[in-house]
Design a protein around this ligand. Sequence first.
Ligand code: ADP
Ligand code: MG
Ligand code: ZN
Length: 614
Amino acid sequence: MQVENVTYTEGSEDKQWGRKDFPWSHELEINNKRYFGNRSFRPNQREIMNATMSGHDVFVLMPTGGGKSLTYQLPAVCVAGITLVVSPLVSLIQDQIMHLSQVNIPAAYLSGSMEWQEQQQILSELNSACCKFKLLYVTPEKIARSDNLFRHLESLHRRNFLARIVIDEAHCVSQWGHDFRPDYQGLGVLKTKFPLVPLMALTATATLSVKEDVVRALGLVNCIVFRQTFNRPNLRYAVIAKTKNCLEDINKFIKENHPNESGIIYCLSRMDCEKVSEKLREFGHKTAFYHGNMDSEERAHVQFQWSKDAINIICATIAFGMGINKPDVRFVIHHSIPKSIEAYHQESGRAGRDNLPATCLLYYNYGDYIRVKHMLTQGATECTPTNLGNNRSWNSPSSNSNPQLTTNIENLSRMLSYCENDVDCRRSIQLAHFGEKFDGSTCNRTCDNCSKAVVAVENDVSESAKQLVTLITAMGQRFSVTHVLDVFRGSMSQQVKKHMHDRLEYHGMGKHLSKGVVERILHRMVFEGILREDISKSDVFGSISSILKVDDAKAKELFSGCKLIMRFPASKGNDIFDKPESVKKSLQPSTNKLNSEDSPSQAQVSVDPALSSK
Ligand code: ADP
Ligand code: MG
Ligand code: ZN
């Protein structure tokens, strides 16, 4: 991506920031112990504080739990004046203020939901000659909408009292991030008004495009970027084929590997949360569910019970997110496909904050991908019966002109290819998204793909792809992945026979290929844009079907010689076309809850024995 006027230097490699002889070095050490009770600094913390205290703008990329807060809270107590912190959620702010007050650091917050009088009290304290607050937290809405607050900030600044400006969860600025907040985009005004006040932007989520968006939107000047590896060596990763026995598998996995330990199960819909919770409860686990349809008291109660270990397992939608700080989460299970690799990294990253081993399992089938894709087109963050049952195809012109939707769908397709990838190291795929190179050989078999220890080979699948295009066109572009797959592989099912008179000559063209291989080819063709899925609600029960269509322009490229190369695991024989059965042991057919007729079938993922039985 080409970006103008964005300049920054990488700070992590610059030795000067690690020095211990800055004028404030001693005070940092003392106050780190005195206020925060820490014996030392974590990686990059000292460097970040030295850079910001030297007056530079700083961009901090550090995984969740890495200790970002300290890098502005500690400087705040070491220098005169007040540190302004913008944070997206009142609950996050309250949590921080509570921690700060426990260690006697005076801090306050302003949010739109507060009583007018309470706000006035805080504002008048800001006006006083010796304001007692060291930190002032505000929501982005406050910055965008309160002239009054702005006047007070200007007054603080005039009196040399505005020590630092902090934008926490800075990825909310970017539409590429997964928590986009429009009011964050207005935060550039802070740099415009207070150009000389050092600014810090912190986030745990930043692909290259997010980073550049943030730097630009906030107007950071020659900022120094501190980036820490997003690799989480203590987490093990696996993608598992989701079958109708998914909950039994999960039960077994937990009982065998994490009995009575803490975990999160992320579910797609509110209804799924409740169902999964109930079923696991029947299996004897202490569970609760958590989703956006519950009032805040109920949610707080569930979270509290969980933090106190009265409940072990929370079955939640992504509403259960930011601000979860439980260190000893031993497993995070995704009951269905997450919305993006970033979201997956963040959600699975809630496991093992204490740096002890933890497991991240992702149950995947293609049907869930279709559901999520549908959900995205409805603009929903959580899946509810209403937004699942809305009949709108997303290849309608409106989706083409909606860049946010296009981005979301792109992010989801990347997640899809992560799930379908059964050769590459999970860590290297994840980290590549954060612009980080990871040498798969250092994974130490802590992901399903690495522990399979199979070599991958590249196969040219262009011929099969062309045949599929021909077949889909000949059949009138009105069938689902499953049906196309069945016809291509020569199935004699009722459904196939019913339409066979259509185009007999194409029946069984790909019978030498395994089902999983054909599926991967089809999905890849969708990913490449050669095929398109038109998705719509197909009947009154709200079930969803996907119809494969051909993109003429892309198909033309294929027929004029563009190659489609895919990687497959090389087991005994190493050509998928010779030994389809050796490519993958076949998996049980899945029953799809949404639509039995058009059921997108089982994708090519395998259960890694090393992970499922520790
Ligand atoms: P982040 O914002 O990066 O997700 P936090 O700032 O919330 O992380 O910190 C996560 C946890 O790490 C907190 O419980 C905090 O007290 C702890 N922590 C931070 N820095 C240190 C340190 N230097 N030594 C020990 N614990 C630390
Ligand atoms: Mg934080
Ligand atoms: Zn690996």
